[in-house]
Design a protein around this ligand. Structure first.
Ligand code: NDP
Ligand code: 8X3
Length: 257
């Protein structure tokens, strides 16, 4: 295992779920954590927790990855000691709504596309050239089983995650001849705030998604991310497809009882 101590790890969408668990898992390995999300107050609390528990430096800032100009300005303006990002985890993402694509509100499409595709691209473009210059780096993108098998009423979300797979593959090709690595981590159902966001705060509806199954926990995904990042520099893990034992793919789920 290659040490992550004092590496600078940048996690987008660290205020909740998989991003928060990933920040915690890297901090436990001694990495310096650069964290963003729109809800900056949550990040301030998380930073205090991580520094108290692991003694690591944490820098947090508010960023909406949908806003390309803000991504460019904010990341170009990072304090000098935080600029040399070693690992970028493009985690910020969301789904909105569960409806037939031709009935859905186009604002939902825009928000998913602007966050999951355009946001990922904007952050990647701001960080990767520095990795190439420094001769080291790793981009880890959050995909999904939804990018492998499309499910009804989730067309645009599934399309964004299919795009993430292709973008990860393309980035790897474009980085050939450099030591910068690219990984796509593609989980099935993980119980986070994901479904609450999808159903715009309807907690009962969100809870039902995970009824009578044992979903993945955000820490399970964080483990896989840290594992990929801690392989020796010669190893590129391209894709990790992972589900709970109760799930085979987006369409095949075993509910008990
Ligand atoms: P959560 O809703 O718990 O977390 C999403 C995170 O993304 C939050 O920190 C949120 O922060 C951040 N985020 C959303 N929009 C933006 C934005 N415009 N700018 C910056 N940050 C943003 O969901 P998960 O942890 O489950 O989701 C994380 C990733 O994992 C997503 O890409 C999701 O698609 C993917 N995924 C989730 C699965 C699941 O079943 N939960 C399965 C497979 C993949 P804030 O609102 O504060 O900005
Ligand atoms: C999240 C998993 O199946 O809820 O990407 O879309 S699913």
């Amino acid at each position: 295992m290659a040490s992550l101590r004092d590496r600078i790890v940048f996690v987008t969408g660290a205020s909740s779920g998989i991003g928060k668990a990933t920040a915690t898992a890297f901090a436990a390995e001694g990495a310096k954590m650069l964290l963003c999300a729109r809800r900056a107050d949550r990040l301030v609390d998380l930073a205090k927790e991580l520094t108290a528990a692991h003694g690591v430096a944490v820098h947090t800032f508010s960023l909406d990855v949908q806003d390309r100009a803000a991504v460019d300005t904010t990341l170009a303006g990072l304090p000098q000691e935080w600029k040399a990002v070693d690992v970028l985890v493009n985690n910020a993402g969301l789904s909105r709504g569960l409806d037939k694509v031709y009935l859905d509100d186009p604002k939902n499409w825009d928000e998913m596309i602007d966050t999951n595709i355009r946001g990922l691209l904007a952050v990647t473009k701001a960080i990767v050239p520095g990795m190439i210059e420094r001769g080291r780096g790793h981009v880890i993108n959050l995909g999904s089983t939804a990018g492998h098998v499309t499910y009804a009423n989730g067309t645009v979300y599934c399309a964004t995650k299919a795009a993430e797979r292709v973008l990860s593959q393309g980035l790897k090709l474009d980085l050939m001849g450099t030591p910068v690595r690219v990984t796509s981590v593609d989980p099935g159902m993980v119980e986070t705030e994901f479904s609450e966001v999808r159903f715009r705060g309807d907690k009962d509806k969100a809870k039902k998604v995970y009824e009578n199954i044992t979903p993945l926990e955000p820490e399970d995904v964080a483990d896989a991310i840290v594992w990929a990042a801690s392989r020796p520099p010669r190893v590129n893990i391209h894709e990790i497809l992972m589900t709970t034992i109760d799930q085979a793919n987006s369409l095949v789920l075993h509910r008990r009882g």
